[in-house]
Design a protein around this ligand. Structure first.
Ligand code: GAL
Length: 391
């Protein structure tokens, strides 16, 4: 198993080396998980120049930019057709000033600009896809000033994921502008095995839904299901290549504050990309406190770049741990159940000797709890977490 994994990592490393020939910048673009905002979860096809500009303004005004969020990404539906030369055409009614002007505006705020396309003939909302136009589109994005491309997988009958994503990866590398490449084939072909070096992040599941445990017949799923699907993926993430359990639903209204806190805590423990998916123009203090908790964000952005994993499974209660740089660990005590529960983390579970005296800080209460030996126990509310930094 271990040899197999090392072999896979070696192949991924070598193919990334082959891809990066002539372009030293691409592989350094996401040393920590990308942070930003994406239009899809809240606005779906209802995107416009006004929305993007107001979101960029809000990103600065709310302190999100200062907290590290930088990419403003327009998802599906900004594009309507191709012109006679095959150039992709943006919706002129919704984006009257054009994409270059919009990118300039976003850049003028000190932020980065992202866009969406699809590896097939059409996007998931039936807009033109990039199949057959990869080089042309990549050059166009670079000319507009695009910094981030999310690349979807609808209308791809007969196509191979690795080949298609590698083709766009090469096109982006050749386009002369550093562009973060976000792979979105929903985890169908285990991208964690082939995508390091092709893209900087890859979706691991179907679309997240703004609910605790719902699931949709077409593959959309609630928070709990997404978290469960990440448990085995920790060996595959690291600086420059991240598992992406999808964009955040924090603040979209259908979960409770403690469920959103659990959602955000897990994304940070998993070293997931942090792409807010709510309306930043209407941030309530409660949601702001979640999205802007700098100590929790620091867990996500830790330079070691290790993804956290489950170290104890007790059914309704779980313990997860992420090693941090230095000798620290981030720990989540997770109560999935419907009644309050005491949850313990033992030093053994997180690789500390039993006699070690460790300092513990509660990252949501923002309080030092003092030194503890052997274990720490807290009562956790239902559908909630206690998140600790243990050193
Ligand atoms: C899905 C993708 C979503 C969103 C949507 C747009 O395939 O997973 O995140 O991009 O397409 O149509």
């Amino acid at each position: 198993m271990r040899t197999g994994l090392s072999l896979l990592m070696l192949v991924a490393f070598l193919s990334s080396f082959a891809l990066s020939a002539g372009d030293p910048g691409f592989d350094d673009l996401a040393k920590t998980p990308p942070m930003g905002w994406n239009s899809w979860n809240k606005f779906a096809c209802n995107v416009s120049e006004t929305l993007i500009k107001e979101t960029a303004d809000a990103m600065v005004a709310t302190g999100m930019k200062d907290a590290g969020y930088s990419y403003v990404v327009i998802d599906d539906c900004w594009q309507v057709s191709r012109d006679a030369q095959g150039n992709i055409v943006a919706d002129a009614a919704r984006f009257p000033s054009g994409m270059k002007a919009l990118a300039d505006y976003v850049h003028s705020k000190g932020l980065k600009f992202g866009i969406y396309s699809d590896a097939g003939t059409a996007t998931c909302q039936k807009r033109p896809g990039s199949k057959g136009f990869e080089e042309k589109d990549a050059k166009q994005y670079a000319a507009w000033g695009v910094d981030y491309l999310k690349y979807d997988w609808c209308s791809t009958e007969g196509q191979d994921t690795r080949t298609a994503y590698t083709q766009m990866s090469r096109a982006l590398r050749a386009a002369g502008r550093p562009i973060v490449f976000s792979i979105c084939e929903w985890g169908n072909t285990q991208p964690w095995l082939w995508a390091p070096g092709v893209g900087h992040l890859w979706r691991t599941t179907g679309d997240i839904q703004d609910c605790w445990d719902c699931s949709q017949p077409w593959g959309g799923m609630g928070l709990i299901h997404i978290i469960d699907l990440q448990a085995e993926l920790h060996p595959y993430a690291g600086p420059g290549h991240w598992n992406d359990p999808d964009m955040l639903e924090v603040g979209n209204g259908h979960m409770t504050a403690s469920e959103y806190r659990a959602h955000f805590s897990f994304w940070c423990l998993l070293a997931a990309p942090l792409m807010a998916g709510n309306d930043l123009r209407q941030l309530t203090p409660e949601i702001k406190e979640i999205l802007l908790n700098k100590e929790v964000i620091a867990v996500d952005q830790d330079s070691l770049g290790m993804q956290g994993r489950k170290v104890f499974d007790g059914g309704a209660v779980e313990v997860w741990m992420k090693p941090l740089s230095g000798t620290a660990r981030a720990v989540i005590l997770f109560n999935r159940g419907s009644v309050p529960a005491p949850i313990s983390v033992s030093w053994e579970q997180i690789g500390l000797g039993p006699g070690v005296e460790a300092q513990i800080r509660d990252l949501w209460a923002k309080k030092d709890l003092g030194p503890f030996k052997s274990r720490y126990t807290a009562t956790v509310k239902p559908h909630d977490v206690v998140m600790l930094r243990i050193q």
